[in-house]
Design a binder for this molecule. Structure first.
Ligand SMILES: NC(=O)CC[C@H](N)C(=O)O
Length: 249
């Protein structure tokens, strides 16, 4: 099975985004791929005693690349949703993402309810795109290739709001200060657990992945990784509000 294959090969092929600071991105100084998703995948490789080979994927390509066997595992901002869980298996959750709406300040739109019936931009193929259609069911949801393209559409007034993970939104504003000032509506639309993705046909591999995550939780290594990427020394200054564990499906 896949677990034996990976060990024999000596390499875990991990699909990640590569464009999503602080989850997976190129370090400006070293040019290395770094981030929380990158480190979490490395925990799994270490448990298996193999090296990791990262493959960069778009948001929409993640599930097909996994199911067609071109990567072993996804560590790619992958949010749990019931319909996605029909297609792939999720590991225990290693991050919980508040999902938020960002608007232009001059729009006067300042609540989740005010956006129902408006145009909302989200990344094509993301759980954000799918879920916001369901929750704000009077809205027109427009999909863009990635979060930067959606952000541009918000700036250009092609959409009234952008829906994404809080840190994706924070990062967009830090990276390219808006020409039109924006604000994030403080109340989360929902909290999305993120997991590693594996093929449904590989329960033994999934079991080992979960062991690696659970061991990192028990040893404190997972909390350390959280602090490294999101803690007081980072621009985000977040406190860890979750523990690694099974996703309540
Ligand atoms: N833009 C993104 O990073 C998309 C991530 C989103 N949480 C998803 O799983 O689809």
């Amino acid at each position: 099975d896949q677990l034996d294959d990976i060990k024999a090969r000596g390499e875990l092929v991990c699909g990640t985004l590569g464009t999503s600071q602080p989850f997976s991105f190129q370090d400006a100084a070293t040019r290395q791929l770094v981030g929380y998703d990158v480190d979490v995948c490395k925990l799994v490789a270490d448990k298996l005693g193999v090296k990791v080979n990262y493959k960069l994927l778009s948001v929409a390509a993640r599930v097909p690349e996994l199911n067609e066997g071109r990567v072993d595992i996804l560590a790619a901002n992958l949010g749990y949703s019931p319909d996605r869980a029909q297609q792939i298996a999720f590991s225990h959750s290693y991050y919980v993402s508040p999902q938020k709406l960002m608007v232009r300040k001059d729009s006067g739109l300042d609540s989740i309810e005010a956006l129902n019936g408006r145009r909302i931009g989200a990344t094509k193929g993301s759980s954000s795109e799918r879920e916001i259609k369901r929750i704000l069911d009077k809205s027109q949801v427009i999909g863009y290739g990635d979060s930067s393209a959606t952000y541009l559409a918000l700036q250009q007034k092609k959409v009234d709001a952008q829906f994404a993970s809080e840190l994706v939104l924070v990062r967009l504003v830090l990276q390219s200060p808006p020409t039109a000032p924006v604000s994030v509506i403080p109340k989360a639309v929902f909290d999305e657990p993120w997991g590693l993705g594996v093929r449904k046909s590989e329960p033994r591999f999934l079991e080992t992945v979960n062991q690696a995550l659970d061991e990192a939780e028990a040893s404190g290594a997972a909390a350390k990784l959280f602090d490294k990427w999101f803690g007081p020394e980072t621009p985000y200054k977040l406190e860890r509000s979750f523990k690694i564990g099974p996703i309540a499906g």
